[in-house]
Write a protein that binds this ligand. Structure first.
Ligand code: M6R
Length: 403
């Protein structure tokens, strides 16, 4: 429905009116969703079902967008290299988990191309005086397509002449109808209030978008494109292998269900998944969880650490491994228990933690894809152990349609 409409639903169909009683003729739209998608399908919670759907969601999101290790979005975005050269700035605007997905995208885009990017929370973007104009590509990311702040931010950017693009899971949602161009995340309906599979679909689409833009700008080295696309194609199998180790993650979570809160740390590409892991915990377990870039710890938050505040350290085997390990050592010196999310085969990590969640190796840029799933499970099992209402946490709505 559009704004200011009334619908009368009967066995014969649905008739739309405006508030003066005038009938509105509308075109019907086919949504590729089936009734079975809205059942729990044998899982105790929608959230767990949706976590398990993620390998398929990534595969489905890639379908038709990659071939022969190359990305092609030309059938969805009719953009020319000339047009793109006019966009000097990229703004990513979103709320909550969708915002963290844009932070992942920005970091990946910095690695693969040459972009001037800013990521903004929609409720800030719309009220600050950020320069926006025809030289701006503004990308709005919203699972529901109905989030009030994101929608208003999109209206503002449009009014200021920016080129606007929406990434949404709901075809025909308000933002999708209002913003000229859109990319759909085909994750299917997400019922659990805590976003899981839609985050995974968002980071998949946004990674493809980054590669595609970079390619049209002639900035993308073909080897990088092939390497990343090949690694993306492997992500579903890697996610499935993490799900095979669900019991191990559950066991780690059980050890910490009575903690008073959690501190998450990560550097570079490990920072956005740390934020998302902390948000999942807050939302469904009602425990305080805070995520920091690991290097920021010394600038204040380290004062919080003691034996009752576990640190979840995202420490992939990459160039920043030693730096993050030194932050782990600082935490250990304050008696904080360490839960490490580390790369399979990292034989040194055992010196720093007895609670290690191993993730499969992938290309360094794609670490967020495989880091976030174990953190979703970690939050889920802590919330379950604490008897929380996982699918409908207190004080939260699936879609925030008011300011
Ligand atoms: O529908 P949207 O993606 O626009 O929603 C944004 C946030 O409200 C949403 O991601 C929220 O943070 C979730 N509850 C996270 O799990």
């Amino acid at each position: 429905m559009d704004d200011d409409e009334i619908a009368m639903i009967s066995k014969e169909g649905c008739i739309f009116y405006d508030f003066d009683g005038n009938r509105h003729e509308k075109e019907s739209m086919h949504l590729d969703w089936e009734a079975a998608m809205t059942s729990r399908g044998g899982y105790p919670h929608f959230m767990l079902k949706e976590i398990h759907e993620q390998p398929d969601v990534v595969a489905h999101t890639l379908l038709g967008r990659v071939a022969s290790n190359s990305v092609d979005l030309s059938h969805e975005l009719a953009w020319t290299p000339e047009q793109i050269s006019g966009w000097k700035k990229i703004h990513f605007v979103a709320c909550g988990t969708s915002h963290y997905a844009t932070m992942v995208a920005a970091r990946i885009m910095e690695e693969v191309g040459n972009f001037e990017i800013r990521t903004e929370v929609a409720s800030e973007y719309r009220y600050r005086n950020i320069p926006i104009g025809p030289d701006t590509l503004a990308v709005f990311v919203s699972q529901s397509g109905e989030t009030a702040d994101t929608l208003h931010a999109a209206r503002l950017a449009k009014a200021k002449g920016a080129k606007c693009l929406v990434v949404t899971n709901v075809r025909g949602s308000t933002i999708h109808r209002e913003v000229e161009e859109g990319l759909i995340t085909p994750a299917g309906p997400e019922i659990g209030v805590a976003a899981t599979k839609t985050f995974m679909a968002q980071i998949t689409v946004l990674t493809l978008l980054g590669l595609y833009l970079s390619k049209l700008k002639n900035d993308l080295c073909p080897e990088t494109e092939q390497r990343i696309v090949a690694a993306l194609m492997d992500i579903p199998a890697k996610l499935a292998s993490i799900l095979d180790r669900e019991k191990e993650i559950e066991a780690v979570a059980r050890n910490f269900a009575d903690a008073r809160g959690f501190f998450f740390i990560g550097r570079g590409l490990a920072y956005p998944p740390a934020l998302e892991g902390a948000l999942k915990l807050k939302e469904i377990s009602y425990l305080h969880a805070e995520a920091y870039p690991a290097g920021e710890m010394k600038h204040g938050p380290i004062a919080l650490l003691d034996k009752d505040l576990p640190v979840v350290a995202l420490v992939p085997k990459n160039d920043l491994w030693e730096k993050t390990i030194s932050n782990i050592e600082e935490s250990m010196a304050r008696n904080s228990p360490i839960i490490a999310v580390a790369t399979e085969g990292d034989s040194d990590i055992g010196h720093y933690s007895k609670n290690v969640i191993f993730t499969p190796e992938t290309e360094p840029e794609l670490f967020p894809f495989i880091a976030v799933l174990p953190l979703q499970l970690f939050a889920y099992y802590i919330a379950r152990q604490r008897g929380c209402d996982i699918d409908m946490p207190r004080n939260l709505a699936k879609s925030v349609t008011v300011e």
